[in-house]
Design a protein around this ligand. Structure first.
Ligand code: SAH
Length: 475
């Protein structure tokens, strides 16, 4: 299984920075079902005035292990002993892409952020993609994403011409796209063509699809085909995904992407904020505000590891508590923290957690007295804020919304931060007090709320407190 990306342009060795893979050092990654190798078959060979750099991801899996059910299948024997899996592009490749190029998929590129945010001239080759009788779909799926599409077909076996064409193609797509988008497109679309997913397709897959497709799938002319095939035609899942995709369309039609972190980079945050102290002050302030308003049912969106949920559970005022996060890993940690695995029925009725995103309209967000969005908005791309506003204030419409976010001015007190540095590697922005107030007041006015503000943490005379909080109440 081979997947390559060629970057044509200037200083193409920068591809190494964007992928966090040194062009001069081949690397091997151990995966549960085999090994992945990353290397660069060509580095900056000038063609006329342009340079080219190509990175290759080669995946080596053992077909016998698969057949015996040792790896890659839930119960033994998902695949026959003689199977095509080691040679074709399949969900194994998608998993390897996210494992090996996961950071690039989030768009983070510490030293080359501007390049990461820019469309580049990229060509991807996907070797041996199963595509029986559906060649036209290669065009209708990849072209709307801005790619030129070409493919090489084969005779199945030259000795037996009567067998006709092979079902595999070597696919090449070329376009001016951001690297992260190309990776997401390929991650989702390989298993759309190769339908034998090596793992059980459950509700997690819906979230994954919506997350990775957030900026391109809602408006894709083949979204029905892509959604259906990606979810292995499991009707119930396809329906959920489709409903939410259509809602996303209604919320905003723009194609500017958000980036959602897989996990929160808590370690980094810990270094850059006096975390423990400020964290607990923040949560206490949120709880005090909730109590003040008399809220009984609370939804915490972007709940992370469940710190707020944990405190809410300890207070009997709160009779229905729900945590939502886009990150599966965060929810697993929350579940551990809250010991949900051994919760009795009574507790289960009081607390639940589920995976979801603030930028998709979701009927499960409705029906609470209050919604908390604590240190989350700064993780959203600014272009997604409009969607977030409508999802929360127009569709979910809780009587009370509590939002906290860093106060950028206070960063002047963090000696290790340069001017304009953000506190956390995944923050998309940090707002001054004036900017936050301006945004919150405008949002409140637009949706019929009233906003009040307070500061959390030690207050600096000049720069204010490290965290700012807005409490928005419906009028
Ligand atoms: N509220 C928690 C966690 C803050 S970290 C606390 O104060 O401790 C930010 C969290 O927002 C992360 O867990 C991240 O996964 C989540 N997040 C980011 N984008 C999101 C989105 N679009 N929808 C829901 N959660 C999101």
């Amino acid at each position: 299984m081979l997947f390559t990306i060629t970057y044509t342009g200037q200083n193409t060795t920068d591809l190494g920075y964007l992928l966090y893979k040194n062009p001069y050092r081949p690397q091997t990654f151990e995966l549960t079902y085999g090994k992945a190798y990353v290397f660069y078959p060509e580095v900056s060979k000038r063609i006329n005035t342009l340079e080219r750099t190509t990175v290759a991801l080669l995946l080596n899996i053992d077909p016998l292990d698969l057949a015996r059910g040792k790896t890659g299948s839930d119960s033994g024997g998902l695949f026959d002993y003689v199977n095509d899996r080691p040679y074709v592009s399949s969900s194994f490749m998608s998993t390897a892409i996210s494992k090996v190029f996961g950071t690039s998929m989030t768009g983070r590129a510490d030293s080359r952020q501007e390049l990461s945010d820019s469309p580049l001239d990229l060509t991807a080759n996907i070797a041996m993609l199963p595509c029986r009788g559906e060649l036209a779909k290669l065009n209708s799926v990849f072209e709307p994403l801005g790619y030129e599409v070409s493919y090489e077909t084969f005779i199945a076996d030259e000795k037996f011409p009567e067998w006709g064409e092979s079902k595999y193609v070597n696919l090449t797509i070329r376009g001016k796209v951001r690297l992260r988008d190309l990776l997401k497109h390929v991650y989702v679309l390989i298993p759309v063509f190769d339908r034998q997913k090596h793992y059980w397709v459950g509700t997690d897959e819906v979230e994954k699809l919506l997350r990775l497709g957030e900026d391109w799938l809602p408006n894709h002319p083949e979204k029905a085909y892509i959604t259906g095939r990606y979810l292995n035609r499991r009707k119930s899942l396809v329906n959920i995904a489709f409903e939410r995709l259509s809602a996303a369309n209604a919320v905003d039609g723009e194609i500017i992407p958000p980036e959602i972190p897989e996990t929160d980079d808590t370690e980094k945050t810990a270094k850059s904020e006096k975390k423990l102290n400020l964290n607990s002050q923040r949560l206490e302030s949120v709880i005090a505000a909730l109590k003040n308003c008399g809220a009984k049912s609370v939804i915490d969106i972007g709940c992370g590891e469940g710190n707020l949920l944990n405190l809410l559970m300890k207070d009997n005022q709160f009779t229905r508590i729900t945590g939502v996060d886009v990150s599966h890993t965060a929810l697993e940690r929350a579940s551990e923290k809250l010991k949900l695995y051994r919760a009795n029925e009574h507790i289960r009725e009081r607390i639940q957690i589920f995976q979801g995103s603030l930028t998709y309209k979701d009927s499960r967000f409705a029906g609470y007295d209050a919604a908390c969005v604590v240190e989350v908005i700064e993780h959203l791309d600014i272009s997604r804020l409009a969607a977030f506003e409508r999802v929360l204030f127009e569709f979910a419409k809780p009587p009370i919304v509590i939002i906290t976010t860093p106060n950028k001015e206070y960063n002047a007190n963090y000696k290790f931060l340069d001017e304009d540095d953000l506190r956390h590697g995944d923050h998309r922005f940090e707002w001054t007090r004036a900017k936050f107030k301006d945004w919150a007041n405008k949002t409140a006015e637009k949706f019929g709320y009233n906003a009040q503000f307070s500061e959390i943490g030690e207050v600096d005379e000049k720069y204010g407190a490290p965290t700012q909080m807005g409490v928005l109440k419906i009028i």
